[in-house]
Structure formats: structure tokens, C-alpha cells
Design a protein around this ligand. Structure first.
Ligand code: MN
Length: 746
């Protein structure tokens, strides 16, 4: 299967490699059960029997190599067993149960975790997608050891990538560059990160990689000479200052030079600080002492000093960084840190375990970023428990409130933990959510309330004739945006339904308060309610109640308040009108004026009263009727009583001619009736007209007769001209059908 026949190599012997691994474990001084680790090796070897790597070696050599890197990372016994077995679930007949049976569920869980990560489909995406994919992998891993073994696995695969096809080299390198190197960086594993980056670059831009390595090789002698002279200068000076320090120098890794060339648009000759020095000391104060010495010896480049000791990086990295210019004008970088910080920088999280197991102190400082609080927490816990227990607790919970799933196209969608397929659908697009009729997760149909798991591939089935979201969905969804979109749908698509539903809800609510929605239709109530709640129409408001934009309680309370205010206002208008009339009558009585102005033919000073049936006023044609003992009663000539009775025998001779006096000083009481289509605000409008005409109203009463309102008004006027004017104005009030004087019709 070797794609490059010119590459000939001797197949590796897994047993020899395994013997070296055992030696390494023993040398590290760990108290591990080597029998158990060997059993894991034997199981892996049997399971992968007959499988070969591209280089022709038995497949299990890859497993041993991954375990070897895991030992370098300082991982525990379970992890080393899991590293040896990391490909058996994916590539052989063995199952989780088989591993659990022989090595316990912890090892089996780790292997299964690595398998899940291996199965995640990778396609290159824009940055945000990449970040989500990285988070998804971290979240899927659950146990940090899964990630670390996956990194060990990837590191070995990258080291042996020469044997793969160019296509696979490219894909794997891209994936490594975009996913695994950043994860290694996030976990603070600088060594692994650099190696992953350099190996990836070698396949992604072979020419660029070669240019830099060729250049470095050609200048190696120079650079090494420069480095050793600087090394010696610093060493001598520190000794004279009494500071104990170890100095390391290195040429920067290829990818960091490459990135700098691109970022600063320089060619390789323009990159000066190819060398980096690291001064490692025993104590934190010494770090700052060393910094002072370095800045005294060499000229610092302005703006390049960084104090990551007082402000550690999110991945807990701590160091002082500075760039200075050497005697030959060559700039170089110096990093200053303690041994403890150094372990954290080189091995990241893994260093903490190793450190603890070696009896070193915890390197985690207070004030680290919140997302690494879990590490700190675990390290605190660790002090009471032994290392083995500690590993069991080392779960990744930094993304506990998020879940990462795939769309069928491979996009990573980030949702709140517990999110359902409905949340997913609305995240894709409102239309997808609104037309959703079903969902599949990893190819299987699930219910709408299924809680999505990290790494799930979610597929939404839609239909043009979908009924739209159900109201129950509002209780199922976890994301605010899905909830908003569902509400929006109800707002738009179901207006008629919402109006009816809203009216029902409001009626219910009003009924609880002994109120009736019909009474609230009064313009004087509805208009201020709508204005106050910012709705253009009553239907808009009912619809809003229907879809949940406003509560029925809020609207009902507002209506109740407006109704109270209106009733109070009406009462005060009528009170004022009748109080004014009373005052005028009072005055008339005091002044002793008789109700007069009538000339009765042939009689002076006779008792005169105005009939109640037709209430004549000056200007009306009138006639008198001689009553028995109560003087002359005055009627209008068009009064129906007069018309009916003028011809009957009993009243023969009792009708008498009367006329109005030429000077009228009194006012006269008369009654009119207004007929109108009943509507809200009618009485208010009538009262307003009367007020505006300064009409002297004595009484006003209204009654409703199946939609027809009859308003009877008793008022004082000077004469028929004034009365006509009032009646004309009243006739113009909207919905008034007729204004008539009393007594004219039967
Ligand atoms: Mn592997």
C-alpha cells in the first residue's frame, strides 16, 4: 500500500518498542502496574493482528508510540492502557464492554471518547466554525485525558505522515493546524503545539518550510556561535550577581518564523530574532532580578516587554518576555520563568498531574481566568485525594452550558445545553423552524424534545404544508432566539386566531373583576388604553394578548382604571349642569318674578301655568285652556293634547286665545327628546354641546331601547329661536337621528 515505492524501510518491531516503553516508565519512577499495561499491549496487539501501517510496520507500533508520547506527557496508568488500546474500538472487533471487562470502565470510557473524536468529520471552515469545532471536541471528550491521548495519537500520525498520499497529508495537516495545534496551545502544551505546527507546515507549504529550514541550516554555525556567546555572557553576569539560573537557547520553531514572515511581509533575511533564550530560576523574585540584569546588559526593544507572571495567559502560561539587541546588533528574545512555570508552559495541564505525582507543588495561581477555574478547583481537591482519584474527576466542564452539533453539511452549530431539534431548526433559519415536521439525529428519528448531545448530526425534516410551530414548543426550546422566532410567527401568521384568543383571554380576565368587555368598547375607555399600551387598533391589542406579547391582566387592569376615571368624569359633568340650573331657579324665586309674559284675552293677572305635555316657549303659537280652579294652562297649538281635545264637547268654550307679551324677560322650561343610535360617548358628546351653548339644563336622562338611545333633556330657554339653535346643534351630534320637542307626537 506504500504510495512512495522509493521509500524503503525496515518494518518496526512492536515488542522492541514496547520494551523501550516499559524502560521509560520505570525510569520515570512512576509506581505503575506494568503487568496491567502489558496486558493492554497484548490485547491491542492481538486485536490489530494482521493490520499494517503505511510504512509496512504492524499497526500496533502506532499504539505503542502513542502510549510512549503519553508517558512523556506524564499521563497516568489508565491513560497509558487507553493509549495502547485507542484504536481497537474503531478498527477491530473489540468493544467497550471487552475493554471494560479487562481494564475497567475508566479505560474503556477513554478509548470510546477517543473513538468519538476520531469519527468527527472534518472539513475546513471559516474561523468561527473552527473555534466551535474545537470547543465541540473538547466538550465531547468530557475527560481531558481523551484529548491528551488524541493529541499524542495525532502527533505520532504527523511524524509518520510521509507514508500517506499527498491528499491525505494535506487534509490531516490542515486539520492539525486548525484544530489540534490550537487545542494543544489552549491546554498550555507548547512543545506539542510547536511540533504539530511545524509538521503541518511541512505538508501545507513544502516550499516555504524548506526555505526556512534551508536558511536556518545554512546559518546554523553562525547562530550557534552567537547563541553560545550570549549564553556565556549572561551566565557569567548572573553568577557574579549570585543568581542561580539555567540558561537554554534555541532557534525559534519554523512555523513561528513563517508566520512572522507573512505577517510582516518580510523575506527570511528580514527576520532577525531567530534565536530565543530561556532563563529558568528557582524563585519568583529572581525572575525580576534576571530581567533587571538582562536589560542592563543589552538594549531592550521598546514595546516588547510582557509580564505574563503578574497577568498569566488564559492557558495559565506564566513568564517574563523581553526582546533585546545583542552586541552585533542582532535582536533576540529572552523568556524568564521559574521551574514551576516552565513545567506548566511545556506540558500544560498534563504538567500539573506530573508535578503533583512527583511531589511538586501546584503551579496554578489564584486569579486565573474563569474558564480554567475547573482546573484550579480540581487541583485544590487533589490535595485531599490521591492521584488516581484525581484523574477520575478530571472532567472537562468548561463548556457545560453549551452543546455543539453538526448540520448535515458539517457546519458546527453552537446551542445552549439541553437544546432540542427545534432550537437547532430555528438556529438555521426561521423558515426551517416554522416548517419543521420532524427531526433525525445521527440518522434516527427523534422526538421534538430530544436533548441534543455533543457531536450529534442533526437533520430537520420540513414540509411546505407544515402547520407551523405549536405553542408547546415555547416550553420545550432552550434558546431565547428560538422562543422569539416562534412568538414572531404567532404574531404574524395567526392574526385572526390570536385576536379571538386574545379577546377570550381578556373576557375571562375581566370577568374575574366583574367587568364586561362590551362596556370597555366605549371609545372613551378604549382610546386611552390603546394609546397607553401603544397599539394602533383594538384588534392589534387582542392579537398581542393572543400571542403573548402582553398579558390579559395588564390590559384588564388598564381598562378598569380608565372606566373608573370615565365614570367619575361623567358624574362631575352632570353634577355641574344640574347645579347650575338649581342656582338659576333659586335666583328667580328670590327675585319674585312670576312665570309670566302671557296675555290672556280679556283677562288680566289671571293665574297662568304652562302645560307639561308640550312645554311652550316664547315664539311658539299658543292657546290657553281654562282649568277648574288652577287658572289658564298654556299649550302649543301643535300640541297633540290640544289637537285631540279642541273638538270634544267637554272642553267646548274652554279654549281661549292667548298671546306672548312683547317684552319677555323670563326664561321658560321646556323638554326635548333626542333619538340616536346608541354608541359609546353619546351622552358625553351631548353634554359637551349643551355646555358649549351655555344651555340651562335642568335635567338630562338617557335610556337605551334595543340599540336606540333616547335622551330626554329639560332646559330653560328664552324662546323658540334659542331652542331651535340648540336642537339643530344637537341634531348634528354623530349618530343622532332625530331631535324633537315633547308633546308633538304620540
Ligand atoms: Mn491512532
Amino acid at each position: 500500500m506504500n504510495e512512495s515505492p522509493e521509500k524503503v524501510n525496515t518494518p518496526l518491531d512492536p515488542d522492541l518498542m514496547y520494551a523501550d516503553l516499559e524502560k521509560k516508565i520505570r525510569a520515570a519512577g512512576h509506581s505503575m502496574d506494568l503487568g496491567r499495561i502489558r496486558a493492554a499491549y497484548d490485547m491491542a496487539k492481538r486485536a490489530h493482528e494482521g493490520q499494517l501501517r503505511k510504512d509496512g510496520s504492524p499497526y500496533v507500533t502506532h499504539c505503542v508510540a502513542a502510549a510512549d508520547i503519553s508517558v512523556d506527557l506524564g499521563l497516568d496508568e489508565d491513560s497509558i492502557c487507553a493509549a495502547l488500546l485507542h484504536d481497537v474500538i474503531e478498527d477491530t472487533a473489540l468493544t467497550h464492554a471487552d475493554i471494560a471487562h479487562s481494564f475497567g470502565s475508566a479505560v474503556a470510557d477513554i478509548v470510546e471518547g477517543v473513538t468519538k473524536l476520531t469519527r468527527v468529520q472534518y472539513t475546513s471552515k471559516e474561523d468561527e466554525q473552527m473555534e466551535n469545532l474545537r470547543k465541540m471536541l473538547m466538550a465531547m471528550a468530557k475527560d481531558i485525558r481523551v484529548i491528551l491521548i488524541k493529541i499524542a495519537d495525532r502527533l505520532h500520525n504527523m511524524r509518520t505522515m510521509d507514508y500517506q498520499t499527498p491528499d491525505k497529508q494535506r487534509t490531516k495537516s490542515l486539520e492539525t493546524m486548525e484544530i489540534y495545534a490550537p487545542i494543544a496551545h489552549r491546554l498550555g502544551m507548547q512543545q506539542a503545539k510547536w511540533e504539530l505546527e511545524d509538521l503541518s507546515l511541512r505538508y501545507l507549504d513544502p516550499a516555504g518550510y524548506k526555505e526556512i529550514t534551508d536558511y536556518l541550516n545554512s546559518r546554523m554555525a553562525d547562530l550557534e556561535g552567537f547563541m553560545s556567546s550570549v549564553d556565556e555572557k549572561i551566565q557569567t553576569r548572573l553568577e557574579s550577581e549570585g543568581i542561580q539560573a539555567s540558561i537554554f537557547s534555541r532557534i525559534k520553531h519554523v512555523y513561528s518564523i513563517y508566520r512572522k514572515m507573512y505577517a510582516q511581509k518580510l523575506d527570511i533575511n528580514g527576520i532577525f530574532d531567530l534565536c530565543a533564550f530561556r532563563v529558568i530560576v528557582d524563585s519568583l523574585p529572581d525572575c525580576y532580578n534576571v530581567l533587571g540584569v538582562i536589560h542592563d546588559m543589552f538594549k531592550p526593544v521598546p514595546g516588547r516587554f510582557k509580564d505574563y507572571i503578574s497577568t498569566p495567559k488564559p492557558n495559565m502560561y506564566q513568564s517574563l518576555h523581553t526582546t533585546v539587541i545583542g552586541s552585533e546588533g542582532i535582536p533576540f528574545e529572552v523568556q524568564i520563568r521559574t521551574w514551576e512555570m516552565h513545567h506548566t508552559a511545556e506540558y500544560g495541564i498534563a504538567a500539573h498531574w506530573k508535578y503533583k505525582m512527583d511531589g511538586g507543588g501546584s503551579a496554578v495561581r489564584e486569579g486565573d481566568e474563569e474558564k480554567f477555574a475547573w482546573v484550579r478547583h480540581l487541583l485544590e481537591d487533589q490535595q485531599e485525594s490521591d492521584a488516581q482519584d484525581f484523574f477520575h474527576d478530571l472532567k472537562i466542564d468548561m463548556f457545560a452550558d453549551e452543546v455543539f452539533v453538526f448540520s448535515p453539511k458539517g457546519d458546527v452549530i453552537n446551542l445552549p445545553a439541553g437544546a432540542t431539534p427545534i432550537d437547532f431548526a430555528y438556529n438555521i433559519h426561521s423558515d426551517v423552524g416554522n416548517h419543521m415536521v420532524g427531526a433525525k439525529v445521527n440518522g434516527r428519528i427523534v422526538t421534538f424534545d430530544y436533548a441534543l448531545q455533543n457531536g450529534d448530526i442533526v437533520e430537520i425534516r420540513t414540509s411546505k404544508s407544515a402547520p407551523g410551530p405549536s405553542r408547546d414548543w415555547l416550553n420545550i426550546v432552550k434558546s431565547g432566539s428560538a422562543r422569539t422566532k416562534i412568538k414572531q410567527w404567532y404574531k404574524k401568521e395567526r392574526r385572526e386566531e390570536n385576536i379571538l384568543r386574545g379577546m377570550e383571554m381578556l373576557e375571562d380576565e375581566l370577568r374575574h373583576n366583574d367587568l364586561d368587555l362590551d362596556d370597555m368598547q366605549d371609545e372613551a375607555i378604549m382610546a386611552p388604553v390603546l394609546k397607553r399600551l401603544s397599539y394602533a387598533t383594538a384588534d392589534d391589542m387582542y392579537a398581542a394578548i393572543g400571542y403573548g406579547g402582553v398579558t390579559a391582566v395588564r390590559v384588564a387592569n388598564r381598562m378598569r382604571d380608565e372606566q373608573k376615571a370615565l365614570l367619575a368624569e361623567k358624574k362631575s359633568v352632570l353634577d355641574k349642569v344640574s347645579a347650575a340650573a338649581e342656582r338659576r331657579e333659586e335666583r328667580a324665586r328670590k327675585e319674585g318674578k312670576a312665570v309670566h309674559g302671557i296675555l290672556v284675552e280679556g283677562l288680566d293677572n289671571c293665574l297662568v301655568k304652562f302645560s307639561r305635555c308640550c312645554t311652550p316657549v316664547p315664539g311658539d303659537e299658543i292657546i290657553g285652556f281654562i282649568t277648574r280652579g288652577q287658572g289658564v294652562s298654556i299649550h302649543r297649538k301643535d300640541c297633540q293634547n290640544y289637537r285631540r281635545r279642541k273638538a270634544d264637547d267637554a272642553s267646548e268654550g274652554r279654549w281661549i286665545k292667548v298671546t306672548w307679551a312683547s317684552q319677555i324677560t323670563d326664561s321658560y322650561v321646556t323638554t326635548i327628546t333626542i333619538a340616536a343610535k346608541d354608541r359609546s360617548g353619546l351622552v358625553m358628546d351631548i353634554a359637551t354641546v349643551l355646555n358649549s351653548l351655555n344651555a340651562k339644563v335642568r335635567n338630562l336622562s338617557a335610556r337605551d331601547n334595543s340599540g336606540l338611545a333616547l335622551v330626554v333633556i329639560t332646559l330653560e330657554v328664552q324662546g323658540s329661536a334659542e331652542l331651535r339653535q340648540i336642537m339643530n346643534k344637537l341634531a348634528a351630534v354623530p349618530s343622532v337621528t332625530e331631535v324633537s320637542r315633547n308633546g308633538t307626537r304620540g
